[in-house]
Design a protein around this ligand. Structure first.
Ligand code: GLC
Ligand code: CA
Length: 550
């Protein structure tokens, strides 16, 4: 019997950053009831799964990525009953919910940590990494992911370890009791009827227990990112899977950058630890100076093709242009003058038919852009704040650091969703927790819902096509094959399965491009972000940023 295809291979996922999506009670912060109110919108968009960034009880140092109670919805977002209701109402519309699993660390306000601080000999003290040093100095020179040391000191002289902010102490996965606590919690949520998890920062759970300093030329700290996927992590991941995910038909997608080709299959292969991992290989391109130029397109093409050619043979990835830690894709890949409906739909087409499950981040479907930042005080992100301070203290110019974060800062993705042109873009009737972008009167959902050729309308078509019966096998089982690789400024590929094939052709330049048409004769046009296809002597002349699926 043929093996059945996993449901998530033909699904489209939509990521919600709950603080910024929809406020239902006027306190200026998005919440679960707000998401529930917007279910009709999401259903019409056509997505299958919602991934909600953390909604658990939290002091909100890192907007919920610092959890103080894994079993409770934070009052800011609502109640556990609101969650039940959301799962149920979404279910009625054919939409599944996945939650964010943050188990590399918790909050320093979690009762485990509080007990560990109170009593050095408590069971909970062994849930974390505590070190005392003979000279009282910090145990090593490692730099946390958010800047500064990975170590913070307690009053009693113990140092504790944190990959991220000091308010996010790392959990000690070496401890079997702690691991059991985590599995119990995962299963509890799964049994509530969610469809799976996005797994946060999982590559950090195994530490280099020597905690040895690494000599650095420039006296700077040694980045803890260099210790991701540390040997021995396999044991934890295998057990995690066996004790939890294996018991359910669920979607698990791991934030696991830095997994090398050798271990890719064990993470994201048929029987990998996870259903899929995110493909981060083309996420950070905003620093390059040649945006919108042929060289930039070639670089992007190379990265996409490299990872697709490999991944499509060895496993499954989540593919995306944006998430809550990233700049908006229009800023990332394009110069300001080139950010428009055509380039946005070209980018969308480009990634939507790749091997993997496509993820859309809230606001991406209407072409939201990075915000304009006038000062570091406008920024809310803990990472920006800590790093800004660190760099200024090291002698860098504050304005320059601000410029860096204006391009790359995570707050860019976190400004409130732009629903309409009323005050605060329809996000809240109160004072929004973070500023709404000035451009909301031009870029908003309501406006695009009324326009047949809006980006939003295009995303609806795209989603429908990605999920249509005709393409189901090609998308879930098809090969990936680059085409016209040598054509500068174009990114084109073929997905094939049995006698079916889908051809995706994207002109990523703001200029016409000519391709010979013989290969296209007789093929059905499935999607086109322009009204027509321009022909000239057996050749097709692509418009600027034209994207076609055949
Ligand atoms: C992940 C999340 C990020 C968070 C960090 C710490 O990278 O995506 O938003 O700050 O983990 O939990
Ligand atoms: Ca609210």
């Amino acid at each position: 019997m043929a093996k059945s295809v996993k449901w998530w291979k033909n699904a489209v996922v939509y990521q919600i950053y709950p603080r910024s999506f929809q406020d239902s009670n006027g306190d200026g912060i998005g919440d679960l009831k707000g998401i529930e109110q917007r279910l009709p919108y999401l259903q019409e968009l056509g997505i299958d799964v919602i991934w909600i960034s953390p909604i658990f009880r939290s002091p909100m140092e890192d907007n919920g990525y610092d959890i103080s109670d894994y079993y409770q919805v934070d009052p800011i977002f609502g109640t556990n009953e609101d969650m039940d209701s959301l799962i149920c109402e979404a279910g009625k519309r054919g939409i599944k919910i996945i939650l964010d699993l943050v188990v590399n660390h918790c909050s320093d306000e979690h009762e485990w940590f509080q007990r560990a601080v109170e009593d050095e000999n408590s069971k909970e003290a062994a849930y974390f990494y505590f070190v005392r040093t003979k000279d009282g100095k910090e145990p090593n020179n490692w730099r946390s992911n958010f800047g500064g040391s990975v170590w913070s000191k307690l009053k009693d002289g113990r140092w504790y370890y944190h990959t991220f902010s000091p308010k996010q102490p790392d959990l000690n996965w070496e401890n079997p009791l702690l691991r059991q606590e985590i599995y119990k919690m995962i299963n509890w949520w799964m049994e509530k009827g969610i469809a799976g998890f996005r797994i946060d920062a999982i590559t950090f759970i195994k530490k280099d227990l020597t905690f040895a300093s690494v000599e650095m030329d420039d006296k700077k700290r040694y980045p803890v990112e260099n210790l991701e996927n540390y040997p021995g992590i396999e044991k934890f991941l295998q057990e995690l899977k066996k004790e939890t995910f294996d018991k359910f038909d669920c979607l698990t997608v791991a934030e696991a950058p830095g997994v090398d080709e050798e271990s890719f299959e064990s993470y994201a292969g048929e029987s990998g630890y996870f259903s899929m991992i995110f493909d981060f290989s083309w996420e950070n391109m905003e620093e390059e100076a040649d945006k919108s130029k042929p060289e930039a397109v070639e670089r992007l093409k190379k990265r996409i093709f490299n990872s697709q050619c490999f991944n499509s043979r060895h496993g499954w990835c989540g593919v995306f242009l944006e998430n809550h830690d990233q700049s908006r894709c229009l800023n990332k890949y394009l110069e300001e003058k080139d950010r428009n409906r055509y380039s946005a739909s070209a980018l969308a087409t480009l990634y939507f038919f790749l091997h993997g499950t496509p993820y859309i981040y809230e606001g991406q479907e209407i072409g939201m852009k990075n915000a304009k930042w006038n000062s570091i005080d406008e920024m809310m992100d803990v990472r920006a704040k800590i790093t800004w301070k660190e760099r200024v203290e090291q002698g860098e110019d504050g304005q320059e650091v601000l410029k860096y974060f204006s391009e790359l800062g995570r707050d860019n993705a976190r400004t409130p969703m732009q629903w309409n042109d009323s005050e605060n873009a329809g996000f809240t009737t109160g004072k929004p927790w973070m500023k709404v972008q000035e451009n909301y009167r031009e870029i908003n959902v309501a406006k695009q819902q009324n326009e047949t050729d809006s980006l939003l309308a295009y995303y609806k078509k795209l989603i429908k096509l990605r999920k249509c019966e005709k393409l189901a096998d090609v998308m879930s089982k098809g090969d990936f094959c680059p085409v016209f690789e040598e054509k500068e400024g174009m990114i084109a590929y073929k997905r094939t399965y049995a006698d079916k094939e889908a051809l995706v052709l994207v002109n990523l330049l703001n200029q016409d491009q000519i391709l010979s048409w013989e290969w296209g004769t007789g093929k059905e046009i499935l999607l086109n972000n322009y009204k027509d296809i321009r022909m000239q002597d057996q050749k097709i002349v692509f418009y600027p940023y034209q994207a076609i699926v055949l």
